[in-house]
Design a protein around this ligand. Sequence first.
Ligand code: SF4
Length: 733
Amino acid sequence: MSAERRLKAERIRHLLETERDAIRENTTHMNRQRYDAIERFERYEASREAARAIKEDAIERLPELIDRVRESVEANGGTVYVAEDAADANRYITEVTAEKGAETLVKSKSMTSEELEVNEALETAGVDVYETDLGEFVIQVAGEAPSHLVGPSLHKSTAAIAELFNAHFEPDEPLETAEELTNFARDYLLEYIVEADVGMTGANFVLADSGTVVLVTNEGNARKSAVTPDTHVAVAGVEKILPSIDDLAPFTELIGRAATGQEFPQYLTMLSPPVDSPPLDFESDVPLSEAEGDRDFHLVLVDNGRMEMREDPQLRETLYCIRCGACANTCANFQHVGGHAFGGETYTGGIATGWEAGVHGLDSAAEFNDLCTGCSRCVNACPVKIDIPWINTVVRDRINRGEDAELDWLVEGLTPDAEPGGMDLGKRFFGNFGTVARLGSATAPLSNWVANAGPARALAERVLGIDRRRDLPRFERQTLRAWFDARGGAAVPAGDADREAVLYADPYTDHVQVDRGKAAVRVLEALGVHVRIPEVPESGRAPLSQGMVATAGERASEVYRSLVEHVDAGRDVVVIEPSDLAMFRQEYEKFLPEASFERLGEASYEVMEYVYGLLGEGADAGELADGRGEAVAYHSHCQQRTLGLDAYTEAVLDDLGFDVVTSSVECCGMAGSFGYKSEYYELSMDVGGDLQSEFAAHPDREIVASGTSCIEQLDALFDDGTRHPVELLDPGR
Ligand code: SF4
């Protein structure tokens, strides 16, 4: 293992040991709450569509809206400063505090201020900063960085926080419970809020036409920080601007639900500062209604790379983000390792790649970008419909292009791709899996023997980063297509068939998991389908997962050219591997003209979805294997769930008499090549442990799974032969 991979593996191992349990408990809890809240929210999709459209419009009109905010805030008597970068913002803020002669500043939670590292700048300038959000306060006391966009200290358990507070504050009675800790922090911080010279907040939204700052919290500390001192500094990225209050409703409906599963946040504060009420003087006897005094307000709008992101067609979407953290909560890798691994200088979780690349640069994003496996579970979780995996892929592509070309010769011949020299060799290898598979089958069984020999495993680990603890795919000498030709092609002639279908032979089905391909052919034929298996290139999923966007684009065009004649002839395209179907139905939108994308997407079906459709159209289920109550434990593929196709498998198995339980665990942890990589092997197995625990409760059930990766992971977890569900239906089994 290279030194870099070893360091990464050690860091992940350390976080699995120290932070995993708290992170997992908190993120999975919030994720469950989100599912429940969304299920109860009938207008969810409409609200998402509306929020997305408002964000698209606001970012399009951003320069105009910044001018509008300035006019509104200045008309209210406040000041707007547009800071070019972090240094500029910090200079302005420290000048404001210096002019006020401020010695203390209280602050509510703001990721933008974390991005600026404003606390450090203020403290260098002699201003004491007190975080008033409980989570931020905890990590300030601990001297740590936030591990989550919404819950900065969710990597800490109650016991760990109690230990921290007891050691730091030495209270008369040791603190133990969450309630005691919260009460202590509230009382402690209240004294600083009362005495503070300046209050600083972030802003969840800024309304251009009124200069209103909208703050969403669960603790009420933002409002206290904003209005108790006579000077309020609000810091917000320029992307937080919405045109007017008329645009706010979908966001208030979505943000609490997406973040924590709350139908409405505890506090929604709308201030158009400087507010009219006089500053609070807690020592004065003068009633507030008679008190006097001026207030000062500064809105610091931060660019720091955002206007460049706006001009970047791939990163622009990041600016729609409302920082709810749902993409992190739904991500299996994040649930296990948290934001101290899955994050850059400031931002954590799925969307962090876009933010880090935009505001801190590619180096910061490169630190953790590979932790996104592209499973796409976050896409449906995002309240503004950001294609987070695509942003991760594009950034990965940019990172790849900056790498060193020294060892490229080692994989020459195995890498017929469209990428420049210098990519990580492991990525280049995995991105060209189709070529590897063809070679593997052509030379099997020798290829399998050589690949598994000790020296070859050691070399593969050192050069390609393939962990030697992971079983390698075993290539079949006779491919699916060769088998199909050898049996004389289709058993159901086109003239006798109810339908005609092209079975897409992905590299795994063609070269490794050939049995599932054979079963699919027999099942389709049993239901009266004329089957063809033409030679069609790889879908591009493998290169895309490695960030090889140009190669994936080439593959998309080649696949379309190969399949279009069949689609035009009215043949259905049947796909066994869900991640390939997701290419046809989702990712090809990025690569093909719209009409071509729609044509192929509409003609393509996942194999069990197709069987479900055939049975619905009257095909004879009696021609398939009868379940006879056979007990099955089924795990569906993450992209299959995202596409909403898992229910078809369950329905077909159920109809045919199988007794099915389906895993509630969304991710097996393998995710294509991810689980093979030496630096991620332990994380992959840790994530897989959830599925292992769930299925271990059903020892008498046969385990089936739809995805190649899931099958490999389940084989590793249970040391058993996991099959594809279509194999259960095989009349020849
Ligand atoms: S990308 Fe979407 S899900 Fe993730 S934090 Fe931003 S708004 Fe929330």
